[in-house]
Design a protein around this ligand. Structure first.
Ligand code: PGA
Length: 259
């Protein structure tokens, strides 16, 4: 990797919590505060959202804040990181289904403000679709906040090992570790799609603020490599070390190898 990448990682960018619940509530509160700040200023807020097991408690808390503490999502415009390809949105393994189930189905977001990079398998020009996804984010002034999980292979979104740091939204092949990790959800490895549409690394790093949430012991090894190791496309999350706008939000178990 080039030498001019400067590692900005420091203790300020690290938020350690005793439990996954505390870490998730912290992230939910950061998102809620940003939504409310923008709302007070009469502005919309552009959120980059993630799926997987990691953000479930974050969404649960955001739904609670909506239902019990009048947090409104009326000014939220959302862009999801990724989606399997091909998959039907009504398939219960799709990320469209996931987002509806865990967040969008319970809050007052305008459905026309929801963007998930779904492409029907009969769409011929995926590249054009992906470019339009990027253009839409740019035309709204970029992502105000991007929520990220991390794969055990260091992926962010479905930017698998080897993804260029200059990549943008595109069709990608899923890595064997990613497919193996999805096997139990899909019921068998054969049912896990081979491909996905994913925002690129470049799309992600342009966000004004990035919260990477990692929970549990099974993330400890990759967290250690991504935060302390070499900055390399083999571990796409390692690029985040170079960015001042990143916060790593970890529970004790995920942080166990960096203490
Ligand atoms: P997980 O996935 O939250 O289900 O562990 C995270 C990711 O792969 O980004």
């Amino acid at each position: 990797m080039s030498n001019n990448l400067h590692n900005t990682f420091n203790s300020k960018s690290l938020k350690l919590w005793d439990s996954s619940e505390q870490a998730s509530i912290y992230v939910a509160n950061q998102i809620a505060e940003l939504i409310s700040e923008h709302r007070k200023q009469g502005k919309s807020v552009v959120l980059g959202l993630a799926t997987g097991n990691t953000p479930k408690k974050v969404y649960q808390e955001l739904v609670r804040l909506h239902q019990n503490e009048s947090l409104s999502f009326a000014n939220v415009i959302s862009f999801n990181l990724d989606e399997y390809y091909p998959i039907f949105p009504d398939n219960d393994m799709s990320y469209t289904y996931f987002m509806q189930k865990y967040l969008f189905g319970h809050v007052d977001i305008d459905p026309s403000n929801i963007h998930i990079p779904h492409v029907d398998s009969n769409v011929e020009d995926i590249e054009e679709y992906c470019k339009a996804y990027e253009d839409k984010i740019s035309s709204l002034g970029g992502l105000d906040l991007q929520l990220l999980g991390i794969g055990r292979n260091g992926h962010i979104g479905f930017n698998e090992p080897g993804s260029s740091f200059s990549s943008t939204t595109r069709l990608v092949d899923l890595h064997p570790v990613t497919r193996a990790d999805a096997e139990s959800d899909f019921g068998s490895l054969e049912k896990v799609p081979q491909q996905a549409i994913s925002m690129g690394v470049h799309t992600i790093v342009q966000a004004k603020r990035i919260l990477l949430l990692a929970l549990g012991e099974r993330k400890s090894e990759i967290i250690s490599k991504a935060l302390r190791g070499e900055i390399t496309t083999e571990i796409p999350a390692s690029i985040l070390q170079t960015l001042p706008q990143v916060e790593y939000v970890l529970d004790n178990e995920a942080a166990s190898l960096i203490k």
